[in-house]
Design a binder for this molecule. Structure first.
Ligand SMILES: CSC[C@H]1O[C@H](OP(=O)(O)O)[C@H](O)[C@@H]1O
Length: 337
């Protein structure tokens, strides 16, 4: 799908390898990271981004940082684990996949002896990456039914291959429909302020030969009102027990317009993005980012720059996951994975 995966291992598997998304589409630059601080910085600055991708990056980055810092000594790695985990989880609070991946490694560590710890964490990080690949493919398969031939689809931000280790979540059904020979026309919201739609979704889809048009975020509602959109499909950073959805800021406005005009609004996400321990969207910690991201402002003028907003369950037509179409309420299951 992409010339280089958004996230994975360096060829010698001793480093986390990311495609630096801050430089796309102008430059395709990969970076190999071993120090925890570098992985945290890459997540914070969105060099690697997208809920599943930052989960995979956190898992590989934690395993690599512990191995590097401890020199492979399990007891030393175990002593570092609590601090390293806490620093990683704090990098970005809204996307549940980050904490989910780190907590999965912590649970494994608790039942692994020192002499097997470093290698076990590396193996588990690879399992998480492989699961993500399979998750994306499954979402594409299950989502194919939502994308008829000739569909005109609007999406917001980037929930494609660049947001995962595989072919994406919201974009996976579009790739599957294209591969099945269906004509798909995509409208990609620019997605200010970091322009994930214009820079990343448009880059991914145009490379794949899928028709894509970029529009200003503020134009989405009128495009929908003019009956130019058959369905909306977006990703998610956290889905709560009652089905509320945290996603890139601007998603709620698209959902409002879709609801007002009777256009189906689908949320595509891996099961790992469902956070049944968080009751409703009101309980989600929303990440706020620096004013500088909005560009030049008059001196002394503040900015309000939430990275995400919450779309209430009542605006969501259906939830597409790697386990098929699912419906809230989502119950707490034992943390098997
Ligand atoms: C498949 S998750 C993609 C999800 O993550 C994005 O946020 P960010 O670019 O800040 O990492 C956005 O909310 C996407 O829908």
């Amino acid at each position: 799908m992409l010339p280089l995966p958004a996230v994975g291992w360096s060829p010698d598997t001793r480093a986390l390898r990311i495609l630096d998304q801050r430089l796309l589409p102008a430059q395709e630059v990969v970076r190999d990271l071993t120090a925890l601080a570098d992985t945290i910085d890459a997540i914070r600055t969105l060099a690697v981004r997208g809920a599943p991708a930052i989960g995979v990056a956190a898992a590989i980055g934690l395993a690599v940082a512990l191995e590097t810092e401890s020199g492979g000594n399990g007891a030393h790695a175990r002593a570092l684990l609590p601090e390293f985990s806490a620093r990683l989880i704090a990098a970005r609070p809204t996307a549940v996949n980050l904490a989910w991946a780190v907590q999965r490694l912590l649970r494994l560590a608790a039942e692994t002896p020192d002499d097997q710890l470093v290698e076990s964490l590396r193996v588990e990080a690879e399992v998480i990456r492989q699961e993500d690949l399979a998750m994306c493919a499954a979402i594409g398969r299950h989502g194919l039914t939502l994308i008829p031939d000739g569909a005109r689809v609007l999406t917001h931000c980037n929930a494609g291959a660049l947001a995962t280790a595989g072919m994406g979540t919201a974009l996976a059904p579009l790739y599957a429909a294209h591969a099945a020979g269906r004509l798909v026309t995509v409208y990609a919201d620019e997605t200010r302020p970091l322009r994930q739609g214009a820079r990343l979704t448009a880059w991914e889809l145009s490379r794949a030969g899928i028709n894509v048009t970029v529009l200003p975020d503020g134009a989405a509602a009128s495009l929908i009102a003019q009956r130019q959109v058959d369905l909306v499909i977006v990703g998610a950073d956290r889905i709560t027990a009652n089905g509320d959805v945290a996603n890139k800021v601007g998603t709620y406005g698209v959902a409002l317009a879709a609801k007002a005009h009777g256009v189906p609004f689908y949320v595509a996400a891996p099961w790992s993005t469902i956070d049944a321990a968080t009751p409703t969207g009101r309980d989600i910690v929303i990440e706020y980012r620096d004013a500088e991201e909005l560009g030049e402002l008059p001196p002394g003028v503040p900015a309000w720059n939430p990275a995400f907003d919450v779309t209430p369950r009542s605006f969501v037509t259906a939830y597409l996951t790697d386990r098929g179409m699912v419906s809230p309420p989502f119950a707490l299951l034992s943390p098997t994975v």
